[in-house]
Design a protein around this ligand. Sequence first.
Ligand SMILES: Cc1cc2nc3c(=O)[nH]c(=O)nc-3n(C[C@H](O)[C@H](O)[C@H](O)COP(=O)(O)O)c2cc1C
Length: 170
Amino acid sequence: MIKHYHKHGEKLLAQLPKGIFITVKDHSGKTNTMTIAWGHIGVVWSRPVFIAYVRYSRHTYDMLLSAEDFTINVPKEGTLKEALKIAGTQSGRDIDKFKTAGLTLQNSRRVHTPIIKECELQYECKILYTQTQEPALIPDDIKQSHYKNHDTHIMFYGEIVDTYLTEDDN
Ligand SMILES: Cc1cc2nc3c(=O)[nH]c(=O)nc-3n(C[C@H](O)[C@H](O)[C@H](O)COP(=O)(O)O)c2cc1C
């Protein structure tokens, strides 16, 4: 277990509600990214994890199913707003988001999926476990506000195998 997985946790949690990127390279070698604002960092089975919530309808969901890993890319406060908007409103089914949003891919240290160079903080995660939500257990008001169309979230548990500030890698 890496000891420093929480070192930059405050930066991650401060940016999360504004949007961060989850990037994935699938088994065919295609890479995509999407904006997420839900997730958590913590410990499960004595392993450090980042858990992302991805709806069935996302192209990213299809890609995660056939991927070994993903990366979490956290913009520096106040930056990459337009890129977060593009990655959070357009689909990798239709466009190359990296090209459209001006984001550069860079090799990761320990996983297949690359990182986004323009982001300040990186997490490299190996997919450990995938969990669907149980609709019967979701409170009625949340079902009404979030799941009228039954497009529930799937939780992808990524074991954090490395985390670092991008500038430390250069
Ligand atoms: C700020 C913001 C946060 C978002 N958070 C999530 C999230 O946590 N989970 C999710 O499934 N979609 C989330 N979305 C929506 C996806 O990013 C969006 O549907 C995206 O276009 C999906 O891309 P894809 O089809 O290439 O996977 C968010 C969008 C924005 C703008």
